[in-house]
Design a protein around this ligand. Structure first.
Ligand SMILES: [Fe+2]
Ligand SMILES: [Fe+2]
Length: 480
């Protein structure tokens, strides 16, 4: 059931029980003005957007206004990469189609170069959107789409028991998700990003999770992230050919013509593989950091050897992924510098154990399962073959992580309870992390659908990760 339907049902049932004499008034309305001292958010041209910012920083939609026409732009008039479109005239599947650059980079002269162009359709007001959507402008959300139909449980505060229709806009690591939902002082665990315990978290709503504002952790990668202060560190993409493994050289051949992606799918796959590639590239750094940690703790030689091998695997994974990103984009893509400030490792046993549990035991075990499932559904022989080899490697990396944890806990039995608690936290963080639903069905090209990924993740946590945790850390770790 859609959240808007749930809200309607809730209001209906509250009204029904109120009619029977139940006292529901205190939970359905408040006599005080919501969000006192709010300031209106204006477009760059000074026009009202219908949104306001409360004194605590929370942003709410207060009026369903037409999106002001000033500032619309970002048109992609041509590029060098995969093209769903080359100009606006090619975008005819929705209202006010625009051909926009998916990825831009300044060239030597400082001029913006656009590589991949995709169609975007933007609304002018709520009447352009479905009943459970609202027309939201980019000036409020900081996305690159001028104005678009966002999922909406409410359109203004009038739709909400507490009269606050809140804006949720945050990145899951790959994509910015935007939605509107009613704020609820009882169930919401945050109002603004600053309420979240980790600097990398955002306060927002994912439509697959319960309907309230909660701290969301970016999570959009297979494998071992390089976490710094709780968030993944990634290199930006740049134009270079030396990180692309030649996908065309694969012995597994090209996809059948019937399975070849269309232009829109190719553009989406370029974006997907660029994100995967950045994560694989960062994994090299994660293993490099782990090498130093193992050395500092006097680890056995086979753990060091396997860690070095795993780092080399990640170089290969990154090359494969940048190769696919380049193939789908039609232009060579590779990593820029990896920002490493603040990424130097903790060298004490608790710090190493914490990083190992956060980065590897949970993430790589689930990542191996996800890569295997993505391969099984994939009909492109080159991509399937690559995913299968990545799945095999990631399984080995997961095994390495669990072996290293076992060694550390045996060497420091006083840390077993700490490890159990950390493990429980890491499992529940991944369990509640959103899996964004791709706009296109790309399963035949090796990209799991959001719902499938969520089901698989839950199964992997329940059937694999938690039993392993219980075995390593004791029964306390099974209560996640
Ligand atoms: Fe990897
Ligand atoms: Fe890995």
């Amino acid at each position: 059931m859609h959240p808007r339907s749930l809200l309607t049902l809730k209001l209906l049932l509250l009204a029904a029980i109120a009619a029977e004499g139940c006292d529901v008034a205190p939970t359905t309305a408040t006599a005080t003005e919501p969000c006192p001292g709010a300031e209106s958010l204006l477009s760059p041209g000074g026009l009202p957007t219908g949104f306001e910012r409360c004194a605590d920083g929370a942003v709410n939609r207060v009026e369903a206004l037409a999106v002001p026409a000033d500032g619309l732009g970002h048109a992609c008039t041509g590029g060098t990469g995969a093209m769903e479109c080359s100009n606006d005239n090619a975008c005819t599947d929705g209202p006010r189609g625009q051909c926009v650059g998916d990825w831009t980079e300044a060239d030597d002269t400082g001029e913006a170069r656009r590589y991949s162009c995709v169609c975007q359709y933007h609304c002018e007001d709520d009447s352009d959107c479905e009943a459970d959507e609202a027309c939201v402008s980019s000036w409020v959300t900081d996305t690159h789409i001028p104005a678009f139909c966002a999922m909406a449980e409410c359109r203004t505060g009038e739709d909400c028991p507490e009269r606050e229709c809140g804006l949720s806009a945050y990145s899951d690591g790959c994509d910015v998700g935007v939605s509107l939902l009613c704020r609820d002082a009882e169930t919401d665990t945050c109002r603004v990003d600053e309420d979240c315990p980790k600097a990398s978290q955002s306060c927002g709503w994912d439509y697959q999770s319960p309907e309230f504002f909660a701290c969301q952790t970016p999570n959009c990668a297979i494998g071992r992230p390089l976490l710094v202060e709780g968030g993944p560190r990634l290199a930006h993409a740049t134009s270079r050919a030396d990180w692309s493994e030649a996908a065309s050289a694969s012995p597994d051949g090209a996809p059948d013509a019937a399975d070849a992606p269309n232009d829109a799918q190719r553009a989406a796959l370029a974006v997907h593989w660029r994100a995967v590639a950045a994560a694989e590239h960062a994994s090299i750094g994660s293993f490099a950091r782990f090498t130093l940690q193992l050395l500092a703790l006097g680890a056995p030689s086979e753990l060091l050897f396997d860690t070095q091998t795993a780092a080399a695997d990640e170089v290969r994974h990154a090359r494969i992924a940048y190769g696919f990103a380049s193939r789908y984009a039609g232009v060579a893509v590779g990593p820029g510098p990896l920002p490493l400030h603040g990424a130097m490792p903790a060298l004490d046993a608790p710090g190493v154990l914490a990083g190992l549990i956060d980065e590897a035991c949970v993430g790589e075990t689930v990542g191996a399962a996800e890569a295997g499932a993505a391969a099984a559904a994939c009909r492109d022989p080159q991509v399937r073959s690559a995913l299968l080899s990545i799945a095999t490697d990631e399984s080995r990396h997961a095994a390495l992580a669990w072996r290293a944890v076992q060694w550390l806990v045996n060497a420091h039995p006083e840390l077993r309870a700490f490890a159990a608690e950390r493990f429980t936290t890491a499992v529940s963080a991944l369990r509640s992390a959103p899996c964004r639903v791709p706009a296109l069905d790309l399963a035949a090209h090796g990209v799991l659908a959001g719902q499938e990924k969520q089901r698989l993740r839950e199964a992997a946590l329940r059937e694999v990760v938690e039993p392993l945790g219980a075995a390593c850390f004791g029964p306390a770790a099974t209560s996640a």
